[in-house]
Design a protein around this ligand. Structure first.
Ligand code: PMP
Length: 285
């Protein structure tokens, strides 16, 4: 028996978890999703993730096939059925199957599936040593096109930047918006530290409203560290003392090389380490 997957309205064996080739998630990337952690058996920041899912769905006029309570229950059941204590949930809502045209309102019934699995995005060694990143030439989606705040199933913008990173032998790429301001990494939010102050671009610079980002900002402030949300340019990433990324999968991870330049002392810095520890303690509390 494989993994148990929530498919639409019930748990099924992984081998039976199939969706239509006419589902618009497949044809157009038409849908929304969430990536959520489970820590010590508890679904992390669950309300915030569901809030974001609902906001993404509203933005693309996608009617969820289940209400909030139903989605929460289905998620909890999927976690339990797979005995996940520390892991990762992928919660996906699709527009469902329609015909081959663009009109989304021809779909009668949206689709929903939930995968609960184990995860390790980066090795322990990378958390110790830090990542190498580059600047992507691919510009982050314009907010008047597909707003980066919508966690949609269409990740091609990010994937194109990720390809640039991999081609350069880097783990991640920093994406800039159409104005040249730092937006985010391909799957993470961006932070820098300069003279003990933490800076991160406002979400309006073109990033997902990261849930890890919000937790890290809160934990830093509780710890007496000043956090400033303001626009950042590439120079800020070259001149900073520390650079780190946050995300559900990556958690808090230091960056030690940016476009071939060492960041700070070339090892994850003290503020990054402290926030990583704080995050770990909070997640497992
Ligand atoms: N930006 C993008 C593009 C993402 O896909 C993600 C999630 N992987 C993030 C930022 C981080 O958001 P969160 O902390 O909510 O996972």
């Amino acid at each position: 028996m494989g993994r148990k997957i929530w498919l639409h309205d019930r748990l099924v064996d992984e081998s039976e978890a199939k969706i239509s080739i006419f589902d618009r998630a497949v044809l157009y990337g038409d849908g929304v999703f969430e990536g959520i952690r489970v820590y010590s058996g508890k679904i992390f920041e669950f309300d915030a993730h569901i809030d974001r899912l609902l906001a993404s769905a509203r933005a693309i006029r996608l009617a969820l096939p289940m209400d909030r309570q139903g989605i929460c229950r289905a998620t909890e059941q999927t976690v339990r059925a797979n005995n996940i204590v520390d892991g990762y949930i992928r919660l996906v809502v699709t527009r469902g199957a329609g015909d081959l045209g663009l009109n989304p309102f021809l779909c009668k019934q949206g689709g929903l599936f939930i995968i609960a699995a184990n995860i390790q995005l980066y090795s322990e060694e990378l958390y110790e040593k830090g990542l190498k990143v580059i600047s992507a030439t691919t510009v982050r989606n314009h907010p008047m096109a597909l707003p980066p705040q919508v966690k949609s199933l269409n990740y091609l913008n990010n994937i194109l930047a990720k390809i640039e990173a991999l081609d350069a032998g880097a783990s991640e790429a920093i994406m800039y918006n159409h104005m040249g301001y730092v937006a985010e990494a391909t799957g993470d939010n961006v932070f820098i530290v300069r003279k003990g102050v933490v800076y991160t671009p406002p979400v309006q610079s073109g990033s997902l409203d990261g849930i890890t980002r919000a937790v890290v900002i809160r934990l830093a402030r509780e710890d007496g560290i000043e956090v400033v949300e303001r626009e950042l340019v590439r120079f800020d990433l070259y001149a900073c003392d520390e650079l780190f990324l946050t995300g559900t999968a990556a958690e808090v991870i230091g960056v030690v090389e940016m476009d071939g330049r060492p960041v700070g002392a070339g090892v994850p810095g003290p503020v990054t380490k402290r926030l990583r520890e704080k995050f770990y303690a909070y997640a497992h509390a």
